[in-house]
Design a protein around this ligand. Structure first.
Ligand SMILES: [Zn+2]
Length: 331
């Protein structure tokens, strides 16, 4: 009790003491705050700006400078008890904001396209209650609707002056990924004068037997499970997926810390085999948490930044290679 009273006394004394800051300290603190403010303004003005944030004259002006678009594709699906159902969409937007900045540093302007959020979350077919679709809050659309929706969007972007579009998906469900590949293929067939590339993680492409072609471009080792294992520690199983796990949690702690629910540190490990067993069988009781992948106890914003830096560098470099003909930037 005595100890508690002493602690309370010290806290109260500190709280009521006048704040004395010497001029030197004030300068250091002031300049640190300026830096934080500048960083924050930079994030708001470029990194996270999609075309949804633009006015129409701003968008009109942007397409006079570039015909390149980075189009984030996401999903609305369960992401465990600690992350919101819009996680995949948010991460695709945030990563492409970083990619936009990295391309800008290399002299390439790009516009980040509108996130539509909806993706495909079931696996056996339209409206089957498997995949993550069997969990509350996971939404889906049929594969044909999904493909048509995005091909129409690409038509509309073409009418708005865009000519080179890079699709990047934050969601890596099997039917979803195959459907994004279809979007790129069908758009390239239907829309004259537009080039559409789906940049897909090489590990996921290999799992789904997807062969690269003119519209399907591999992001070489973009998931990098050995790196994730090094950063987050080995789980009880070899890493084979990263859904609502320590790596996605770290990315969210880096990009959107306010959206992560408190208590995430206490999450139990969710081994990949439990996740796959549940989503394939359509039986949520095999994996009630809905999560699957790397462990949580080392998850942090610092780890998230390392993963984000690695991934966004991979994406930027791939786009730079595809845009070696600079004509493609200004058409
Ligand atoms: Zn996810």
């Amino acid at each position: 009790m005595k100890r508690v009273s002493f602690v309370v006394f010290v806290v109260l004394a500190l709280a009521s003491a006048p704040l004395v800051v010497c001029p030197q300290t004030e300068n250091v603190v002031g300049s640190a705050m300026d830096k934080v403010g500048k960083m924050e303004r930079l994030r708001q003005s470029s990194n996270y700006q999609t075309m949804l944030d633009m006015t129409f004259p701003e968008f009109g002006a942007a397409v006079t400078k570039t015909v390149v678009m980075l189009l984030p594709i996401g999903s609305i699906e369960e992401h465990g008890p600690d992350l919101p159902v819009v996680t995949d969409s948010l991460l695709a937007v945030a990563e492409l904001g970083d990619v936009q900045q990295q391309l800008r540093n290399a002299g390439i302007e790009a516009i980040v396209g509108p996130p539509l959020n909806i993706g495909i979350t079931n696996e056996a077919g339209d409206w089957t209650r498997d995949g993550t679709y069997m969990y509350p809050g996971s939404l889906t659309v049929s594969a044909d609707t999904f493909v048509r929706l995005y091909v129409d969007l690409l038509h509309s972007l073409h009418d708005n002056g865009l000519r080179n579009v890079f699709l990047v998906s934050g969601h890596l469900g099997g039917r979803h990924v195959k459907s994004v590949a279809r979007i790129a293929e069908e758009a390239n067939r239907e829309i004259a004068g537009m080039k559409v590339y789906y940049l897909v993680e090489s590990e996921r492409a290999a799992q789904l037997n997807l062969i690269p072609n003119a519209s399907l471009v591999l992001l070489d080792r973009a998931q990098n499970f050995p790196m994730l294992t090094e950063l987050l520690g080995p789980g009880t199983e070899q890493a084979a997926c990263a859904h609502a796990d320590g790596s996605e949690l770290s990315l969210m702690l880096h990009y959107y810390p306010n959206m992560v629910r408190p208590g995430y540190r206490k999450l139990p490990e969710a081994p990949p085999s439990h996740f796959f067993a549940a989503i394939i069988a359509g039986d949520a009781t095999k994996n009630p948490s809905g999560m699957g992948g790397l462990p949580f106890d080392k998850a942090s914003a610092v780890v998230g930044k390392k993963i984000a830096d690695y991934r966004t560098h991979r994406i930027s470099e791939t786009i730079k290679l595809l845009l070696t003909d600079r004509q493609q930037i200004h058409n």
